[in-house]
Structure formats: C-alpha cells, structure tokens
Write a protein that binds this ligand. Structure first.
Ligand SMILES: Nc1ncnc2c1ncn2[C@@H]1O[C@H](COP(=O)(O)OP(=O)(O)OP(=O)(O)O)[C@@H](O)[C@H]1O
Ligand SMILES: [Mg+2]
Length: 494
C-alpha cells in the first residue's frame, strides 16, 4: 500500500446530546475511490465536514500529508489538497462557466487585475482535463445540474487537489449523466487523485468504488476492498438486516378507479396522458429527469394545472387548479425536491409533520402542543426518523431523515390519492425497504398510490403495473413480472 494521504484517528463529534461520531478511524490512499457507506444519519457528512475544516472534532486527530492536526482550518484543508463537490455545487449562477472555474485561482493568487483571456485559458484547460465540453461563456445558472457539477469538479482540480469528496453527487443526475460523472471520477483516479464517494445506491457503490468503509451510528463497522463485497454483504453491514429484492406488489381488483386521467395535457410538458388508478393499487410511472414526470404529478395535485383533458375522481369530473383544491380532493403529493418544496427547514420536526393536519392536533381551534408532539413521536417511531427530540429543527436532520419527515406529513393527511415523486432519493437502503413496506400498507388501506421513480428496483418492488413516460408521452403500460432490474433500466434509457 502506498503512504496514506489522509487519516482520521479516534474522531469524536457531538451536537448537543447527539453523538454523531464516536471513535471514527479512516484512511485515504492516493488514486483510490473510497466509498463511505451507511444509513441515513450514521455520520458520513459530518466526517466530510471535519475533513474539510467545516466542523471541529471534539477529540481525535487528522493526519494530512504527514502532518497531525487536532482540527482542520478551511484554508489549511484546501491548501492540503482537499476539495468538496457540494450538493449545491457552491457555484455563482450569474457568472459564466469560465469565471466560475477560474475564480478561486485568481483569489488564491491575490490578483487585483484579472484578464479575461487568461481566465478562459485556465478554465479551458481544466474542462479538457476532465474531458467535459461546456461552452465557456455560458451563464452557469442556465446549465443542467450535471454540467453545473462538472464546472464544480473542473474548479476543484485546479487547486492542486489530492482528495476530492463527493457527497451524494448522483441524487439529481439522470442515469446517463451518472455514467458521465463516473467516467470523470475514473479519470481523476488515473491521475492519482483520491476520491471519497457517498451514495445510497448500491449499484453505484459497487461500480465506482475500490474500497469501502462502512459506518453505523457514528462508529466504524468494517473496511475492505469493494471486490470482496456484494449487495447482500453491504446491506448486512450497513443495516444488520438481510437484503430483500423480492417484489412486494400484489394484484388489485379493478373495480371503480379512484383516479382517472383522460387525455390530460399541459403545453410544453406532456400530452395525451390517459390512465386509471384503482383503490389499493400502487401504479408506477417511470421516466427520466426531464421526461415530464414531475409536471404530470404537479398537474394532478393542482400545482401546475393541465390545460387540456380531464381528471376524474371516483368517476366524477373535477377541476384541480391549485394545491388547496388538490388537498380538498384528498390528494397528497410528496415532491422530488424536499429542500425547496416540502420543508420549513428552520421549524421543528413536529411542526413540519403536523402542518397540513392542523385539525387533528387542535381542540376547539386551539393548537394542542401535547397532541402534536405525540403524533410526531408516532411518525418518528414508525418511519424510524433518526432524532431524539421532535422539537429540534428539521435542518438538524440528515438528508434521508428529512425525506421521511415529508412522507410523514403527507401520510398524516390520510390521503385517498397519494403521489410519490421519487420518494427515496437520498434515503438509505434499510429505510427504503421500510418505506416500500409502508407504501404497500397504505395501498392495502384502499389508497390509490402513484409512484414516480427512475429507480428500477423501486418500481419493480412496489408496482405490479407501471407506465413509462418519455418526452411528455406515455410510451406503454407494462407488467413488472416481465422485467428484471437491468432489463427495465435498459428500456428506460433506450
Ligand atoms: N448541525 C447539526 N446539529 C445537530 N445535529 C446534527 C448536525 N449535523 C448533523 N447532526 C446529526 O448528526 C448525525 C449524523 O448526521 P450526518 O449528516 O453526518 O449523517 P449522514 O450519514 O450524512 O446521513 P445521510 O445519508 O442522511 O446524508 C445525525 O444524527 C444528525 O441528525
Ligand atoms: Mg449526508
């Protein structure tokens, strides 16, 4: 083994009463892709923030390029070659591609006069190094998520970086874009850069990573070469449970449909969409980012009303032109982007859960704190939301646990029609299995569920019948028994 670039030794970190990390050890070697694996809230992002100098550990040490530190300063971490590609990419949306890429270099050199031509050359070189073809003069705000990420990577490699950290980089990428990102990561590895990679998708972990370090509840579980792991073994170490890829879906009786779409259309997004959902059914809709899947979901819920066609609920034509009307028709919607669409980050977990069900937690029009607290605790238990205090702000939860808060909020409204738009993005595998069981339970109570997802495993686990949407049109209806995970994936990106 070559000398290690970075080592964490006996790191502890608490937030109030929450012991996020307890005696964590980690080694990172040059030219490897290291997977940090573990359930939501196990401490992966906290480790990353300690490595990059964002948090100070309570105790333990960090050895970077042979020097021992009790904590990293942000600037020291950057100087030592550590770069993080954050989920929001920390880019300047109103600046151009070349300005975004070259800006750090200019700042580091404390340059007062900045030459456009020079910046363009720097940016061009960086993009060429990762094999990305993005117009230099384009405003970054106009780029796709994938290209924004490439801009962030191009900027990262300019700082003589030795370790590039990716915290869930694929959550907002299509399958094709993920492949492209992996090509770039392999290139970084070739050039001796170490990458730390975090994802909840098992296929990705097995595909791109050389080594894995599994964390559970802030403690090391096992380290090893990825080639010695498979899905079953990974899941076992992460969750202590057996991996289950059996389908949970059951056939439903096609009685009167709860929801019926008749030639629904929204100019520019989707057209001629017709289908029914029956009580107790989990109907899948699979399609890639940009296929019209999200606009269709929003049209049913009333957030983006359709401009042609008809929606019927239990046989009766209805007008749904706002989310309030959607709610009145007992439709609940779990949006794709929880951060911007579903949560009040600075409010408590309790308040976020009960906000759409105030009637259930009020007595004679007065908010009953005790009742709200009790409801929230029930949901925390049922969905295994990792917190010891529902009065804490949602912003203190890990990403996957925030998603569970959104689910709780929607389920608490006791919907008759539940639309789930990619409900398990960023959710760990153990909770994903829990959520699948929960979806089936909800359906069994007679709710009509629409599950939108580009995760083949999720569709096949939950749905007997599913539709595929491409370019705003339904391609076909399928029976999931005729597919395997990989055949569905191929069909989707065809
Ligand atoms: N700023 C904070 N204040 C309070 N608690 C925090 C804070 N940051 C993290 N935590 C807690 O520390 C624990 C570890 O969180 P962390 O974000 O590191 O998890 P993670 O492994 O990245 O999870 P995910 O896969 O969901 O992103 C969690 O219990 C989380 O609630
Ligand atoms: Mg995280």
């Amino acid at each position: 083994m070559p000398e290690c670039l970075l080592e964490l030794r006996g790191i502890y970190k608490s937030f109030g009463g929450v012991k996020a990390l307890q005696d964590i050890n980690l080694k990172v070697y040059p030219g490897e892709v290291l997977c940090l694996a573990g359930e939501n809230g196990c401490g992966k992002s906290t480790m990353i923030k300690i490595i990059s100098g964002f948090y100070t550990p309570d105790s333990g040490s960090i050895i970077l390029n042979g020097t021992e530190y009790d904590h990293m300063e942000l600037r020291e971490a950057i100087k030592g070659g550590i770069q993080v590609v954050y989920q929001d990419f920390s880019i300047f949306p109103n600046l151009t591609v070349y300005e975004n890429i070259a800006v750090n270099t200019m700042v580091v050199q404390r340059r007062k006069i900045v030459k456009k031509k020079e910046m363009k050359e720097i940016a061009k070189g960086a993009l060429a190094r990762i094999g990305a073809d993005i117009p230099l003069g384009e405003t970054v705000g106009n780029l796709s998520v994938a290209n924004k990420q490439l801009v962030a990577i191009a900027r990262a490699i300019l700082n003589d970086s030795k370790i590039i950290i990716f915290d869930e980089p694929t959550s907002a990428l299509t399958n094709k874009e993920t492949k492209e990102l992996f090509r770039v990561i392999r290139g970084l590895r070739e050039s001796g850069i170490a990458c730390i990679f975090v994802s909840h998708k098992l296929d990705e972990m097995l595909d791109i990573c050389d080594r894995v370090s599994v964390i559970s509840n802030g403690k090391n579980v096992i380290d090893g070469d990825m080639k010695d792991f498979d899905k079953k073994k990974l899941v076992y170490y992460m969750t202590g449970k057996e991996y289950n890829d059996r389908s949970l879906a059951s056939d439903v009786e096609k009685t009167e449909p709860v929801l019926e779409l008749d030639n629904l259309g929204l100019t520019g997004f989707f057209r001629n969409i017709s289908f029914c959902v029956y009580p107790g059914e989990v109907l899948g809709i699979t399609g890639l980012l940009g296929s019209g899947r999200t606009e269709l979901a929003k049209a049913i819920y009333g957030l983006m009303p359709a401009d042609s066609g008809q929606i019927k609920i239990k046989g009766k034509p209805v007008e749904i032109r706002s989310a309030t009307q959607g709610l009145m028709h007992h439709i609940a919607y779990v949006p794709e982007d929880r951060l911007t669409e579903a949560l009040f980050m600075e409010q408590s977990i309790t308040r976020n859960i009960v906000i759409e069900s105030m009637g259930d937690v009020s007595a004679r029009g007065i908010f009953d704190t005790q009742k709200a607290h009790k409801s929230a605790l029930d949901w925390v238990k049922q969905l295994r939301i990792k917190t010891d205090e529902p009065a804490n702000k949602v912003s203190t939860l890990s990403g996957g646990n925030q998603q569970k808060v959104v689910l709780s909020k929607c389920l608490m409204t006791k919907p008759e029609i539940l639309i789930l738009n990619c409900p398990t993005v960023g959710v760990d595998i153990g909770s994903k299995m829990d959520i699948s069981i929960l979806i089936q339970d909800i359906a069994k109570q007679g709710v009509a569920v629409i599950l939108i997802s580009d995760d083949s495993n999720e569709i096949l686990t939950n749905c007997r019948r599913f539709l595929m949407i491409k370019n705003g049109e339904i391609q076909n209806e399928y029976n999931s028994e005729e597919f395997t995970e990989s055949s569905l994936y191929s069909e989707l990106i065809r």
